[in-house]
Structure formats: structure tokens, C-alpha cells
Design a protein around this ligand. Structure first.
Ligand code: SF4
Length: 190
């Protein structure tokens, strides 16, 4: 476990624990406020993220930023965003279970340093890894799960919402639930 962000970033950026290190441009460690109440976690970097070294920066990232802004959240101010794997899987394939297992230690260290109140999993792969393996994202997104000290929710991946814009209202509804839950937690109502 890492005591400081500096240690974590410098070691993570040099990581060669799995084969994804061979094809990456950048290690995409994470972005945001290290004191955030909410962490968002996706599955892994895509092409734009790999090139820029930041999570969720392509079209899906823009949509995520819009939905965040609608509930007064901002990636640089009051949340932290990371992924299960920090290096891009080639051709944007799903990260393999063994790659996820190799990489998850970095995420655990990030969660430990941030100690958020809420963890949001973006998409099925992150939700299956962190909430429960058999999660049905289409039915169970927007539901709350309690794991240890954390309130957890799965959301539809913004890329899935871009592919099927009819999903936008239900996706946005989850952001409203998130805002309400954070307010409750901050007021000590739970
Ligand atoms: S994906 Fe994770 S475990 Fe694999 S090389 Fe990148 S940082 Fe290391």
C-alpha cells in the first residue's frame, strides 16, 4: 500500500506487471481531487485516453462531463476518476481477468488514499469486478450496494449511452440518485 500519491504515481507509471505495458503510450493512473467523496471507476483506457494519459477524454468522456456538470460535479474539483486497468487493452478489447487481477492493487491503493464515501462503477466490467460478478447492468444500474464502508452503484457506461441515445434519461436518472445520496450522507441522514 502506498503512503503518498507521489509514490503511487511514480511506481504505477513504471509498471510492467502485465502484457498491456508493451502496447501502451501512457499509463492512465487517474484524475481528480484526491480528497473526493465520490470515485468513478471504468474498465480501462481507450485510444484517446492512452494518447493523453487521462481517463474518459474522448466522446464518452465529454458525455460523462456533461452529466457530472448537471449535478454540480466536476472531474477536477469534487470527484476522482480511475480505471480497473491503467493501460489500454489493444483494439479496446475487454481487459482480461488476469490483467485486471494484476492491476487491481493500484486501484486498491487509490481507494485507500482517497477513502471516498461513494464508488460508482461505469459499465459492466468495472461493476462485475467491484460490486458482484453476476451483476446485470441493464437491470441493476442505479441501485445501491453496501460494501465495507462504501456505498456503491453501477452506472451505464457513457459509451453505451452514446451507442443508444434512448438510454440517456435512465443514465441521467442515476446521476440524480447519486447527487441525492451524497446529500443524505453529508447531512448524516443514513
Ligand atoms: S495494466 Fe496495470 S498491471 Fe498491467 S502494466 Fe499497466 S499498470 Fe501494470
Amino acid at each position: 500500500m502506498y503512503r503518498t500519491w507521489e509514490e503511487l504515481y511514480s511506481e504505477c507509471k513504471a509498471c510492467q506487471k502485465c502484457e498491456l505495458c508493451k502496447t501502451r503510450t501512457n499509463v492512465v493512473v487517474g484524475v481528480g481531487n484526491p480528497n473526493a467523496d465520490i470515485m468513478f471507476i471504468g474498465e480501462g483506457p481507450g485510444e484517446n485516453e492512452d494518447l493523453q494519459g487521462e481517463p474518459f477524454v474522448g466522446r464518452a468522456g465529454k458525455l460523462l462531463d456533461k452529466m457530472l456538470a448537471a449535478v454540480d460535479l466536476d472531474r477536477n474539483e469534487n470527484i476522482y476518476i480511475a480505471n480497473i486497468v491503467k493501460c489500454r487493452p489493444p483494439q479496446n478489447r475487454d481487459p482480461k481477468p488476469e490483467e485486471q487481477e494484476m492491476c487491481i492493487g493500484w486501484l486498491r491503493s487509490q481507494v485507500k488514499l482517497i477513502n471516498p464515501k461513494i464508488i460508482v462503477c461505469l459499465g459492466r466490467i468495472a461493476a462485475a469486478k467491484l460490486i458482484k460478478p453476476d451483476i446485470k447492468i441493464t437491470k441493476e444500474h442505479g441501485m445501491w450496494f453496501k460494501k465495507g464502508n462504501f456505498e456503491m452503484m453501477a452506472m451505464l457506461h457513457p459509451a453505451a449511452v452514446l451507442r443508444d441515445p434512448r438510454k440517456k434519461p435512465e443514465a441521467f436518472d442515476d446521476f440524480l440518485k447519486l447527487r441525492d445520496r451524497l446529500e443524505e450522507l453529508n447531512k448524516g441522514e443514513v
